[in-house]
Design a protein around this ligand. Structure first.
Ligand code: NAD
Length: 522
């Protein structure tokens, strides 16, 4: 098997060393069990966001190559769906072992291509690994139901069957976790798969695909193709693809949802976010401040569950003075390349992302927010070309400001004030997104009211980033999700399977009761 990226080369690149970098590796497609270079001459650079060095290049895969990937998946489907579920599970058991073995390699690749710190990159892999572990129990997860003797000699049962070829379209911010939300559940339940990684950081997907092959996934069960809008549209339009899992921005997600649904496909689309944290006056100060700083600035704010907006309750103006405390803690964070051991946060993904983050900060300032901490002009020694933005805090933010309405997706924490829990919940509920929300309090009454009234899919009570483990589902709501079956958990299995209901009659049919044309009843 092809060994995807020369990681040691990539590591050297990140060290800002002087020798000229080697020519960038071409990222192959995986079609029918073979890693093959695309014939396309249209290439996109995969850029290390801490150094601007080109790590590799992805092709804009040609349509005939994409068709070959779908065709390989379609051919592999009949025998894979008939492979015993225990055998399919064993491939996942092996895969989880291989992911553990190659954890450091995966994490290093993520840090080089995406920018997050190595420790955070390990978390990225680990949260995906948990989905692989969960898929190892597919025989139970996929069980149907059985009702005995629904009429004389008649039983009814349901079977959860795979759909056929499914596809996944990934964002840049969790290069390992999100592909692992998708293909392990899809293939273990008997489907075959075509994965399109983010064009910004395809490396982790490629390593995972190699590991899946090493784990024994037969040729054609998992295929990987690269590209951007054209290949995504081809996925939406292809008649042989039955379901699409998408994670990314609202622009792409709503387009994919509409286009693929119109072709009769199932779509699950996880999209953007603006997650609110409500801090009650009775919240534990130290733990809450630490939680806000970690959830606001971790991964440079590039998590769909980042806590980007804090609502401080003014009932007792205790927390207002603590804005300064927040600034103090945020200031102490170390911004550096993710490969450096002391880094708390790394760069944002691209120059364009940095420009956008800085523009939204400036728009906040111009519309009257107070800039308590400004990370825009940060220069990281040794990584002067990196797309770094330091922790930034805007206070006095109001609902009409662009920085509040837009998802910033950078290390920027917005502080707002509310005079009651009710007001705070109403503010959060008026926001179009509904991915996650958290409350910090020592009052069970407040927590219970928040849990009942907040319009968000994932609710944290003294938990800043309430991403559920895989036996539950990842449940965004409002503009953060389109579809009706969420990722992983029971809903994830339901998404990748359809129900067949069987009614069987086994009784002595001798001397039957003649012909009846009436609708049968029991
Ligand atoms: P993105 O939408 O730019 O890209 C995601 C994928 O869609 C990529 O594979 C890309 O090639 C493709 N794509 C982009 N624009 C397209 C278009 N116009 N037509 C067809 N395909 C297109 O998203 P991103 O910048 O990679 O990721 C960040 C976004 O993802 C944020 O909004 C973040 O909140 C969201 N996100 C959501 C979740 C969640 O579970 N809700 C998780 C992670 C990230």
């Amino acid at each position: 098997a092809l060994k995807y990226l020369n990681i040691s080369t990539a590591t050297e690149q990140s060290r800002h060393s002087d020798p000229p970098p080697p020519p960038p590796a071409r990222v192959p497609n995986l079609i029918g069990g073979s890693f093959v270079n695309s014939q396309s001459s249209d290439l996109i650079d995969v850029i290390n966001p801490a150094t601007q060095q080109v790590v590799s290049q992805i092709p804009l895969t040609k349509n005939e190559e994409f068709k070959a990937a779908v065709s390989a998946a379609k051919q592999a489907f009949p025998s894979w769906r008939n492979t015993p579920i225990t055998t399919r599970q064993r491939v996942m058991l092996k895969l989880q072992q291989l992911i553990r073995r190659d954890m450091d390699k995966l994490a290093m690749n993520i840090t080089i291509e995406q920018g997050k710190t190595l420790k955070d990159a390990q978390g990225d892999v680990f949260r995906g690994l948990e989905v692989v572990e969960h898929a190892c129990g597919m025989a139970s997860l996929q069980m149907g139901e059985f009702s005995s003797n629904v009429s004389h000699g008649i039983d009814t049962y349901s079977i959860r069957e795979p759909l056929g070829v499914c596809a996944g379209i990934c964002p840049f911010n969790f290069p390992a976790m999100i592909p692992l939300w998708m293909f392990p559940v899809a293939v273990t339940s008997g489907n075959t798969f075509v994965l399109k990684p983010s064009e910004k950081d395809p490396g982790a997907s490629m390593i995972l695909a190699e590991l899946a092959m090493e784990a024994g996934l037969p040729s054609g069960v998992l295929n990987v193709v690269h590209g951007t809008n054209d290949i995504v549209n081809a996925i939406c339009d292809d008649e042989d693809i039955k379901a699409i899992s998408f994670v990314g921005s609202n622009t792409a997600g709503m387009h994919i949802y509409a286009r693929a649904s119109a072709k009769g496909k199932r779509v699950q689309s996880n999209m953007g976010a603006k997650n609110h944290g409500i801090v009650m006056p009775d919240a534990s100060p130290d733990a809450t401040l630490n939680a806000l700083v970690a959830a606001g600035f971790g991964a440079a704010g590039q998590r769909c569950m980042a806590l980007s907006t804090v609502l401080l309750l003014l009932i007792i103006c205790l927390w207002c003075s603590r804005e300064n405390e927040l600034v103090k803690r945020a200031k102490s964070l170390k911004v550096n390349a993710g490969t450096e051991p002391d880094a708390d946060l790394g760069p944002v993904i691209s120059k364009q992302a940095k420009e956008r983050v800085c523009r939204l900060i400036q728009s906040g300032v111009e519309s009257g927010a107070r800039l308590l901490l400004d990370g825009r002009d940060i220069v990281v020694p040794g990584y002067e070309q990196g797309n770094f933005v330091g922790p930034t805090i805007l206070s006095g933010v109001t609902e009409d400001m662009e920085c509040y309405k837009e998802e910033i997706f950078g290390p920027v924490l917005l502080c707002m004030q509310a005079d009651s829990l009710e007001t705070a919940i109403n503010i959060a509920n008026r926001n179009k997104y509904g991915n996650g929300a958290a409350i910090f309090t020592s009052s069970g009454v407040a927590a219970r009211k928040f849990q009942a009234d907040i319009e968000a899919g994932q609710v944290g009570i003294n938990v800043p980033i309430p991403v559920p483990l895989p036996f539950f589902s990842f449940t965004g709501s409002k503009a953060s999700f389109a579809g009706d079956l969420n990722f992983y958990g029971k809903a994830g299995v339901n998404f990748y399977t359809q129900i067949k209901t069987v009614t069987q009659q086994w009784k002595d049919l001798a001397g039957g009761s003649g012909v009846s044309l009436a609708m049968p009843t029991s």
